[in-house]
Design a protein around this ligand. Sequence first.
Ligand code: P61
Length: 483
Amino acid sequence: MWPSLRERPLGGPPDAAVGDRAHLQGWCGNRIFRRMEPFKIKTVETIPFVTRAERATALAESGYNVFNIPSRLITIDLLTDSGTSAMSDHQWAALMLGDESYAGSSNYYRFEETVQRITGYQHVIPTHQGRVAENLLFTTVVKEGDHVPNNIHFDTTQANIEHNGGVAVNCVIDEAYDPTIDIPFKGDMDIAKLDRVLGEVGRERIPLVMLTITNNSGGGQPVSLENARQVSQWCRKHGIPFIYDACRFAENAYFNKVRGGADGEIADIVREFFALADGCTMSAKKDGLVNMGGFVALNNDELSTQITNMLILIEGFPTYGGLAGRDLEAMAQGMEEVLDERYLAHRIGQIQQFGERLCDAGVPIVLPVGGHAVYLDAKRFLPHIPQEEFPAQALTCALYLEGGVRGVEIGGLMFAIHGEWPELELVRLAVPRRVYTRSHLDYVADVCANLYRERDSIQGLKLTYEAPVLRHFTARLEPVGAT
Ligand code: P61
């Protein structure tokens, strides 16, 4: 049976130094990393504090779009977990090993060997971030009218597919669209929906199937190993390539260990996942634990050659791909560190606790708590704001005004394109890796709780400017009734 939020196992290896092994495996090992960071802090960065009046001015000047607010005016920045990690001492040391040769940098070979070992894929093509990996893949394989299924496409994959004339189709299980349904693997793909796409457009129109681990747009929810197996079998049966969007592959593997999807070492679970597919795109700004970096990894020789040729055109030579040699070294180190089970136990535990605090205050969030973020459910938080008035964006702005907290809207502003509104109106509070402590997140939970008590005073927004693609980055809005 799936236990209640608080009773849920968080996992984490037993700590031999602390004593009785059986006892530790029972509950103490879990609790250690739930309560305590498995790292010490070597460098600190001062947090900005700004007055409410300054925040109100910043918000109005930003066009009610927190992307336009300078970071010096943000107290706790939960806009994204992407590129915002703190690097370890070993990663900073790795930077000193940078070999900035144009061709054949030794850092590339370490990076290549690391990715090959972790994923099992043969060809490793470095890019400066995830969307370039997507761009390279989709410009090579997607033709006008092609359909690309995914559990839920992230906005950059969707935009890159559409930019090439393709159609991005979301095939996640129905439960993913109900924030109140609490099941362990809410990122799973619905195989019947894959069958439906196949029936409608035919095999020739599906150049690949993607699976996003964890499913960012649906609440950071994990995909089970069993589901990945089913997707793999489906793809093999129909001769369609299977590619992961692997940004949070280690968090996904850890969830499988603690929620009952898989056993063994994290590295082995990761390998088992990757072995089911033909390749992946990766933004290493997440589970690569670096501030910049990404890659495409593939087994197919011909596709890799085509992508490499494209890489030379838009990013750089195949042994650096838009990155400095030192960045490749730090990325290789980060890819190793993220597999540490103690690190993952703390990471997932920290976010789980953050979610529990919000639940205790009655704040509506997406259940279960995902891997890299807590998602506020704006439809339930602000039922008085209709979807056309961007409730999740209104809540994002209100959080900034209330406590200098920056989240990101994942709702109509991001996804209502071509006149269709998404099912979910969420505010994602994404937690950077190894950056904030529990007390920072307690502060954010208090800000959310205060705001929830005053929710009736929050007003909807209307657009005053929108760009044709990925409009949420640069959109400008104003409160309804402002003019
Ligand atoms: C994020 F507001 N994610 O979650 P790149 N796939 C997946 C991602 O989560 C992802 C990429 C591909 C970000 C950054 C971000 O509108 C936004 O390295 C599952 O960012 O190119 C990125 O990787 C792309 C935030 C991206 C946004 C777009 O915060």
